[in-house]
Design a protein around this ligand. Sequence first.
Ligand code: ADP
Length: 234
Amino acid sequence: MAKPLVETEGLRKSYFTGAGALEVLHGVDFRLTEGEFAAVMGPSGSGKSTFMNILGCLDTATSGVYRLLGEPVSKLSADELAERRNRFLGFVFQGYNLLPKSDLLENVGLPLLYARVGSSERRRRAMDQLEKVGLGPFARRLPGQVSGGQQQRAAVARALVGKPSLILADEPTGNLDSQTSDEIMSLFVNLNDEGSSIILVTHEPDVAACAKRLVRFHDGLLVEDGPVEGRRTL
Ligand code: ADP
């Protein structure tokens, strides 16, 4: 049986503000196994980012269980969470989040720097990933010297360089025109075909239709979870 990568049971999250506690996740049960490609949709404010931040070990739940590769994370310290994040997860964001003064090769190698990989191996592995996403010739350019689509490709290469168990992508096509968005989505589809596991948040039905599974949030609850009907091919 495929290994569960993430499992949540009765996951709840409250934010504590001046006005008191505001619960924004009301008990979410979710499980994702190796090789899956899930799109997460739902209206603004429905809890998608809160859920993704917990899955990404960027935040912790108020109650309920979250297991990452079988390990409950609620008891882990901030340092331990950071270590799991770096070892098991790759992140892609809407705004690319590349360091503007570092070239693409250095940006892609960054997770390896955090993992204390030596500089020559770091360069070699970063270059391999850049070539894999078609950016070999642009390795020495700064982010500002390439297009938005190329910056997002570099961000995908950065997410992959540490060989993560799971890729978490938050609106990765949100800043791109539809053609460039399709190029990035075909990159994700290829990665999934090669075995990568992906969870991707999007507002766009066309983007979600490239995934294999669709998860929908509404008012802090997971209200729909099933296979994508009529999967879009690119
Ligand atoms: P989505 O990603 O679906 O737009 P979010 O997870 O960002 O939804 O937000 C869910 C709810 O939690 C919203 O009502 C939002 O205002 C609230 N919220 C998010 N972050 C915080 C925070 N740090 N403090 C207080 N409320 C928050």
